[in-house]
Ligand binder design. Structure first.
Ligand SMILES: Nc1ncnc2c1ncn2[C@@H]1O[C@H](COP(=O)(O)OP(=O)(O)OP(=O)(O)O)[C@@H](O)[C@H]1O
Ligand SMILES: [Mg+2]
Length: 258
């Protein structure tokens, strides 16, 4: 029956069902993550201007993924901001250095800003969502950022308990969307939460969802990455294995974990 379909629809089906073909058709509207193999799964990168959620259990490599995304931007002349809601600046800088990403000199050159909004470092009384947004906005403007990472966004949940305060999530998405940047919001999942997690408003509001996961393959533990949602683009949704090394993350887009 496929022979009867108009050429335009056939081309669309080819792109949707054979994601590796669409890699060849990637265009300048993509923002490469800089993660070898993963950009191939994304047809070249995250669609420019999107806000992506990066979900995963503790220790799967979410911060390394985010750093690699920002470092890839810096190497292409795209400035970035990392907003930390957990790790200290010295820890972030040291972890980057181990992988050869020199955020310190990028900061000195006015190309990168680290926003410290970690409740581990800021006193509770001084912590507010508005303060977080103001500090982020100031840094985005000061370095002319086109890439932003907020890691991990779900820490803010501890600061909005009642229904009224939960609405703040809309304000956060609205403000970050206005920056015209390509952004990653990291969110932590508890063990087993990948399959049984409750859908959160963040998942509706983000244009993309990427999930990093620990999986058991026989007696060994592997890690996989998959794209759960990415608007406006055909992508490979199959979970693909990845490895962490001192070069960061590398995804194997043609392998799968049984
Ligand atoms: N050079 C390396 N080689 C192999 N694995 C590494 C290397 N550096 C870090 N890792 C692994 O990366 C993981 C930590 O990465 P990262 O800090 O990005 O995780 P995370 O998902 O952000 O964790 P959390 O939820 O606690 O913030 C650890 O499991 C660590 O073993
Ligand atoms: Mg982390």
């Amino acid at each position: 029956m496929q022979e009867d379909l108009p050429a335009k629809i056939k081309e669309r089906m080819r792109r949707v069902y054979n994601p590796l073909n669409s890699v060849r058709s990637s265009d300048g509207n993509r923002v490469p993550t800089g993660i070898p193999g993963f950009d191939e799964m994304l047809s070249g990168g995250v669609p420019r201007g999107q806000l992506a959620l990066l979900l995963g259990e503790a220790g799967v490599g979410k911060t390394i993924f985010s750093s690699q995304f920002l470092a890839a931007g810096l190497s292409r002349g795209e400035n970035g901001v990392y907003v930390s809601l957990k790790d200290s600046k010295s820890r972030f800088m040291a972890q980057g250095k181990l992988s050869g990403w020199d955020f310190e000199s990028a900061e000195r050159d006015g190309k990168f800003a680290f926003v410290n909004w970690s409740p581990l470092e800021i006193e509770e009384d001084d912590f507010s969502v508005d303060g977080f947004l103001t500090a982020t906005e100031r840094s985005v403007k000061s370095v002319n950022a086109v890439r932003i990472v907020v890691d991990p966004l779900d820490i803010l949940r501890y600061f909005y308990f009642d229904k009224e305060e939960r609405k703040l999530i809309f304000r956060i998405f609205r403000r970050i969307n206005r920056f015209n940047t390509t952004s990653i919001f990291v969110m932590s999942l508890t063990d087993g939460g990948v399959r049984s997690r409750q859908v959160q408003p963040e998942e509706y509001l983000a244009q993309s969802i990427i999930v990093m996961q620990h999986v058991f393959a026989g007696s060994t533990m592997e890690r996989t990455i998959r794209v759960e949602k990415m608007l406006e683009t055909p992508v490979d949704r199959t979970p693909r294995p990845y490895r962490l090394s001192d070069r960061g993350i590398e995804v194997y887009p043609r392998e799968s974990v049984i």
